[in-house]
Design a protein around this ligand. Structure first.
Ligand SMILES: N[C@@H](CCC(=O)N[C@@H](CS)C(=O)NCC(=O)O)C(=O)O
Length: 205
């Protein structure tokens, strides 16, 4: 099995953390690839050109972090990181959805900031700021009420990767302001070995 990733990608980080948590990391080949590059070594495997991309031993190529996650979660006999049978009353899935929604929204916002100034849409930026703030407010209360705690699972991984990405790759947004519980939660999860091993490099956007 081989994972194609980029060090800064939060979507790839979700899969990289899952590989570590599931004990699959040591036996998984890894290749860091360039993005938005016509010469990228990723393109023969994934014409969409996005990470994460996972090549299975039989040559099957899986893309999309969630689908890769589904696959990885079938390869071990331990309790699933993401129960898909309702055995947890769909709690992990619901929480993961909120975290992925936060990440997707901030990714759109961040993409806006990477455009030349005259091409950026102020309306889009306000929309995404509002979405992110509203979601963080909800998460602040949820975490204070005991959500996203306990053993590592898909929801904790997704929220940790989302916050870690905002913290280190979307620094224009002071997400900690008004969210002290979430900030403390983030600091704690970044100390776990799977998070420490996949910390994205800081970039100023
Ligand atoms: N929905 C995809 C999103 C993956 C994604 O957007 N990855 C980014 C890196 S964070 C990428 O590969 N971008 C390359 C590009 O935009 O061309 C997933 O969940 O895997």
């Amino acid at each position: 099995m081989k994972i194609f990733y980029s060090a800064g990608s939060p979507y790839a980080r979700i899969v990289r953390i899952a590989l570590i948590e599931l004990g699959l990391d040591a036996t998984t080949e890894k290749e860091e690839v360039t993005l938005r590059d016509p010469a990228s070594t990723l393109l023969p495997y994934n014409p969409v050109g996005r990470v994460p991309t996972l090549r299975l031993d039989d040559g099957t190529v899986l893309t999309e972090s969630l689908l890769i996650f589904f696959h990885l979660d079938t390869t071990h006999g331990n309790p699933p990181l993401l129960p898909r049978d309702g055995s947890d009353n769909w709690v992990t899935m619901a929480r993961m959805g909120t975290a992925m929604g936060l990440l997707d929204g901030v990714a759109v916002w961040n993409r806006e900031l990477r455009r030349p100034v005259h091409e950026r849409s102020p309306g889009m930026q306000v929309l995404e700021l509002t979405r992110a703030t509203r979601t963080l407010d909800t998460l602040e209360q949820a975490v204070a009420d005991g959500a996203y705690q306990g053993r590592m699972d898909a929801a904790r991984i997704a929220l940790g990767a989302a916050l870690g990405w905002v913290e280190r790759r979307h620094r224009t947004f002071d997400w900690r302001k008004g969210h002290p519980v979430l900030a403390a939660w983030h600091e704690a999860i970044e100390q776990t070995p799977s998070f420490m091993a996949t910390l994205p490099p800081i970039i100023d956007y």
